[in-house]
Design a protein around this ligand. Sequence first.
Ligand SMILES: NC(=O)c1ccc[n+]([C@@H]2O[C@H](COP(=O)([O-])OP(=O)(O)OC[C@H]3O[C@@H](n4cnc5c(N)ncnc54)[C@H](OP(=O)(O)O)[C@@H]3O)[C@@H](O)[C@H]2O)c1
Length: 239
Amino acid sequence: MHSKSKPSQSVLITGGGTGIGLAFAKELLKQGYGTLILGSRRREILETTATGLRSQFPNQRILTFAFDLRDRSQTESLVQFAFTECGVVDVLINNSGLAVPETIDKLTDDGWNTVMETNLRGAMWLTQMVLPAMVQQDFGDIVNVSSQAGKHGYADVPSYCASKFGLLGFAEAVRDDVCKNGRNIRVFNLCPALVDVESDESSPPRPGFLHVRAMAQTLGYALGLDRNVVLHDIGLSGR
Ligand SMILES: NC(=O)c1ccc[n+]([C@@H]2O[C@H](COP(=O)([O-])OP(=O)(O)OC[C@H]3O[C@@H](n4cnc5c(N)ncnc54)[C@H](OP(=O)(O)O)[C@@H]3O)[C@@H](O)[C@H]2O)c1
């Protein structure tokens, strides 16, 4: 199975301006990935994040693109931007996501649609849009940020649980497709419990939370495994 050097790879991280996505960006830059594209709705957040990263990693390309994952044409524009800049997306990280806490008795169509369109349909669109070029070059990684709420149901967030369970099923179907067709493409999910995105680099996470750094290290480790390892769902939680 052929590989590509990290400096030659381009990584698209949705929600890359904040929290877990930002920790992923830092880790992958540390590991030497050549180009990162950070995408989300808030342009100022993306720009502030990118400016900070560029000063730490001046020899790598850090690009930003403001888009709304719930809007198909904006999502197509993001992918077009990535193709124009990089030719292909080597690593897609479907990290953008949100929860609308509405218990079953309060669940609204609006809340349900917001969650499903962001967490699940958006990941499906991006996968569908970047996969053909991955197939063409016979190389690629698609990583979804699911959750322990993709493995267990929690009463306060039924729509979030449905979206994160759905992500696992969708990824499994795409993995089955690429494996059946002998593609050098890995599709896997990270399923964290609570992540402390506030702790700085050196301080410990709040009790019961995972440090955001642990998420990033896990991503880096998983991507670094031999390409013939078929990864599925990686569960992780803090003590
Ligand atoms: N923190 C946890 O405890 C935890 C646990 C398990 C799983 N997760 C998952 O981890 C992922 C990252 O969460 P986080 O904790 O790092 O929270 P976060 O900082 O709020 O990250 C969510 C990101 O999604 C982006 N986003 C939301 N709606 C979007 C849209 N319509 N279009 C494009 N981007 C959109 C946001 O950027 P904009 O607002 O700029 O669009 C933001 O950067 C999520 O999928 C979340 O479900 C988090």
